[in-house]
Ligand binder design. Sequence first.
Ligand SMILES: *Cc1c(COP(=O)(O)O)cnc(C)c1O
Length: 248
Amino acid sequence: MTDSPAQVRPDRRAELAAGLARVRSRIADACAAAGRERSEVTMIAVTKTYPASDVIALAGLGVTDVGENRDQEAAAKAAQVAAARVTPRWHFIGQLQRNKVKSVVRYADMVQSVDRVRLVSALDVAATAARDRQLDVLVQVSVDGDAARGGAVPASSDPDVGFGPVVEAVAAAPGLRLAGVMAVAPLGWEPVRAFGRLAALAEALRAEHPQATIVSAGMSGDLEAAISQGATHVRVGSALLGMRPTLR
Ligand SMILES: *Cc1c(COP(=O)(O)O)cnc(C)c1O
């Protein structure tokens, strides 16, 4: 007999509660060290590779936001969670192919990984057709300018992957709402330096688009650095749920 997703084993629930307490205290300490209010930072639980039952347990512990990076996995999980009448905000944080946008716009509250003009138009068409309100979008930034690893490239006017062109495409799309920026610190970079660059870009963006207030930065290993540089959202997976079996 398989457990239904709504049934959470007590030992797993205790494990998640302990992980959550540790991460919450790290976030609180980082806010205090940065002179910021705790309420300025939202934690997104990155539940990729973990089952719907974990999402439901985390929601029961007060987690409001969850992140997923693969459509196939996320769509199934979101359906199971909804069937249990649990309604977290779903953030799509992974590389997104245009043939997946129709699916993603049905369950995602925010897409954080928009980094190409061609993806913006596909997402806009899908969001307009399937949703009764705008889809929140973050423009993913390639802090080191290497577009191959994902992210729009600052100071590039490339019509598909330049940061400016992607921003303007999102701002002009009726089905989308430009809500801010997201980044992953590049390998080999000091996280404070990477997130400092992101913060400067976010500030320049807000000057043009005042509603674009979200800065999604920081993961299990570098959330303190991100909070010190003004992150409003941190995306935490392994520190909360445990090490994933495969790196992705
Ligand atoms: C997996 C993932 C995370 C979470 O990473 P952890 O190191 O497990 O906290 C954050 N952001 C993105 C884009 C991810 O793919």
